[in-house]
Structure formats: structure tokens, C-alpha cells
Design a protein around this ligand. Structure first.
Ligand code: AMP
Length: 236
């Protein structure tokens, strides 16, 4: 299908719990391009017992954004990897206007000629709250569950590994309030100018998480979802 064409950089933006990571994983399967999640890069950094690791851990625990300079540097290093030459999916970046300006400059400098596709996934607050506070991960295989909508067969344990499930330190109602504040104040303006990227779309990601891909994917046109992510990347 047309979707196999080289897509170029795809930017997935949206509030915490909007499903950026879930959608990114679907796109990885289709295009075989890497998912670059700044949240994941930072989670690896915070495990280090260093001043930087501790600083990142504290900011994340509070639900605050980590400094632009650190995040930009991490993304710059990751984009040097050869697996990014045919495109990549940025999951959760850019999250501020400073990060967006840095990325714009970098993309212009590279002149790959590939269109930059930005998709903003929108979900209402009550659903975000349910997704975030219900989210549990397997520490061994990374499988994500939700105690409300996608519980494991045995409460508290991974179906695949049998390991005790864990909750992210920032997946609490208190941290979510700060993450939403950061999103509204700092990230929403990144998405505002419709012409910032070659192809900017707003998608509804408000269905149950297990069927969300069919909404966002867009090639299955679902009532209420005017534009889909897959349509966005095939239309250009
Ligand atoms: P996520 O996994 O995308 O929900 O990100 C988890 C946390 O990592 C956020 O609440 C921030 O503390 C931090 N973070 C992730 N991406 C960024 C970014 N682009 N800029 C600043 N902080 C970030």
C-alpha cells in the first residue's frame, strides 16, 4: 500500500495519556522506522545514580518538563543513529516552542526533502485521567495494562511474564495535574500554527484504547474521526 513509501519525520503530539506511545508502536510496524520517545530516553536517564539522573527523576516525579537543552541534546544524539535515515517517529517531542524551533532548524538544515508530518492526538480530560491512573506496566516485558479497560487476567500480575505490575511514579492524579498544566501552557502552542509542518493534523484519540488505532489509523474511517493518522501520512 501507499503507506509503505518513506514517510519522513512524524511528530506525535498530545496530552499525557493520549496514546502517543501506542500509536507510535503501530507506525513502527508499518514503516519499520524507529520510535524515539523522549519520555523513554529520560526514564533511562533517571535510573542513573548521578546528579543528572536525580535531577531528571525529581522533575519527572513532579510532572514537570525537563530542560529544553537536555532534551534537545538527547534527541540530537539519537538522530545521529543510522536507523533514522528513512524517517522516524518522535513521540512526545517537541513539547515546547524552544524544542520546536530547535527541531525546525535541524530539519531545515538536513534538507532531506521528506515532508514533516505532525499529528496532535486529542482526548478529553476524564478519559486521560482514567488511562493515566489505571495504567500499569510489566517491568520485564513492558506490556502495558489498564486496571479499568485492559486488566491482566490475574490482578496485579503480567499475563506473559507473571511479574508484579508497576505504576509509573508520575501516573498519579497529582502529577497528572502538573503534566496537564505543562501541556496546556507549553505544548499546546507548539501545535497551534497549522502551517508549522508540511502536514499537520488533529486526530481524535478518544475511543477505548484497544480500538484507538482503528480511529487514529484513519484508513478505517470511523464516524467522528474526520482525519486519521494513516491518512495524514499517505495523503502527502
Ligand atoms: P511521557 O512518557 O511522554 O509522558 O513523558 C514523561 C515525562 O518525561 C514528562 O512528564 C516530562 O517530565 C518528561 N519529558 C518527556 N518528553 C519531554 C520533552 N520533550 N521535554 C521535556 N520533558 C519531557
Amino acid at each position: 500500500m501507499a503507506a509503505k513509501a518513506i514517510p519522513g519525520p512524524i511528530l506525535l503530539l498530545g496530552a499525557p495519556g493520549s496514546g502517543k506511545g501506542t500509536q507510535a508502536k503501530e507506525l513502527v510496524k508499518i514503516w519499520e522506522i524507529p520510535q524515539i520517545s523522549t519520555g523513554d530516553l529520560l526514564r533511562a536517564t533517571k535510573e542513573q545514580d548521578t546528579p543528572l539522573g536525580r535531577m531528571v527523576k525529581e522533575a519527572m516525579r513532579r510532572g514537570e518538563l525537563v530542560s529544553d537543552s537536555l532534551v534537545n541534546q538527547m534527541v540530537a544524539v539519537r538522530l545521529e543513529q543510522p536507523d533514522t535515515v528513512n524517517g522516524y517517529i518522535l513521540d512526545g517531542f517537541p513539547r515546547t516552542l524552544v524544542q520546536a524551533a530547535w527541531l525546525d532548524e535541524r530539519l531545515t538544515a538536513r534538507e532531506s526533502g521528506l515532508p514533516v508530518i505532525a499529528v496532535s492526538i486529542q482526548v478529553d480530560y476524564n478519559q486521560l485521567l482514567r488511562r493515566i491512573t489505571g495504567r500499569r506496566n510489566c517491568p520485564v516485558c513492558g506490556t502495558i495494562y489498564n486496571i479499568y479497560s485492559q486488566p491482566p487476567q490475574r490482578s496485579g500480575f503480567c499475563d506473559l511474564e507473571g511479574a508484579a505490575l508497576v505504576q509509573r511514579a508520575d501516573d498519579t492524579e497529582k502529577a497528572l495535574a502538573e503534566r496537564m498544566r505543562a501541556y496546556e501552557a507549553l505544548t499546546a502552542p507548539v501545535i497551534e500554527p497549522a502551517d508549522r509542518y508540511d502536514c499537520g493534523r488533529h486526530c481524535c484519540g478518544c475511543s477505548a484504547i484497544e480500538s484507538e488505532w482503528s480511529v487514529i489509523g484513519g484508513q478505517w474511517s470511523v464516524p467522528g474521526a474526520s482525519d486519521g493518522l494513516l491518512a495524514a501520512v499517505t495523503d502527502h
